[in-house]
Design a protein. Structure first.
Length: 223
């Protein structure tokens, strides 16, 4: 019996994308079950996880939720799935920045929510100071990683750090956040991935709209 992955809307669900991208880039087959957030179908989520969040991985009657738990569980069975660099220094950085994403960047999450098919140009100066600082942090992180490891991905070869930050790159595209030249190669690498292009095409074809996200930066409606 193969894996099944429960995901939310491709357009809006960044954590779903992280689990999906990991499985796709690992070359592991899986069936996709899409439960668009906050629709009638979404109520089925409680059948799959008491946490009521996506993504959830089903492996027969085993259920794993939370993107990082899904990576770890799958990697325990498929050691060649996308993982960490083996060199200690690179691995330390990859693990650290990935954990930083998993447990932080609340300003980016709140003010630049994933909305892959939209283009909503924003000036950095229009964002809260804390969000601007987070964007600066990401920009420096990506620049330093490329300076140190030389690309084509953050730590050289594609790793879980790239999976973690791919949705952030897509947010910068949505909101047309101008990045320094040192941080641009990561955005370009993410956009060039066939798996990301497939996910973006599916996002564009989705009919559901989460108005609070689409209208977040509409004058008079912003938070
Ligand atoms: N840390 C979790 C986050 C999961 C999460 O917040 N998922 C969002 C969609 S991207 C969700 O299910 N939201 C539903 C809700 O808030 O009710 C992970 O890594 O999987």
């Amino acid at each position: 019996m193969g894996f099944k992955l429960i995901i939310g809307n491709k357009n809006y669900s960044s954590w779903s994308l992280r689990a999906w991208l990991f499985l796709r880039e690992s070359g592991l087959p899986f069936e996709e079950i899409r439960l668009p957030l906050f629709t009638d179908a979404w109520s089925q989520i409680s059948q799959y996880t008491p946490a009521k969040r996506v993504p959830v991985l089903l492996d027969g009657d085993i259920r794993v939720w939370d993107s990082s738990a899904i990576w770890g569980y799958v990697r325990s069975q498929h050691p060649h799935a996308i993982g960490w660099p083996s060199a200690p220094q690179a691995q330390a950085l990859a693990r650290s920045i990935t954990a930083e994403m998993h447990s932080g960047f609340f300003g980016i999450r709140e003010q630049l929510p994933q909305n892959i098919r939209a283009r909503i140009p924003l000036e950095r100066s229009a964002l809260a100071p804390a969000t601007q600082q987070e964007i600066d942090r990401v920009e420096h992180m990506w620049t330093d990683a490329y300076d140190t490891y030389g690309g084509p991905w953050l730590l050289g070869d594609f790793s879980l750090a790239d999976v973690a930050y791919a949705p952030v790159a897509l947010r910068f595209v949505t909101y047309q956040i101008q990045l320094s030249s040192g941080a641009q190669p990561f955005v370009a690498a993410v956009q060039a991935l066939a798996s990301i292009q497939a996910w973006a095409a599916d996002s564009a074809a989705e009919s559901e709209v989460i108005a609070v996200i689409d209208q977040l930066h509409t004058p008079g409606k912003s938070a």
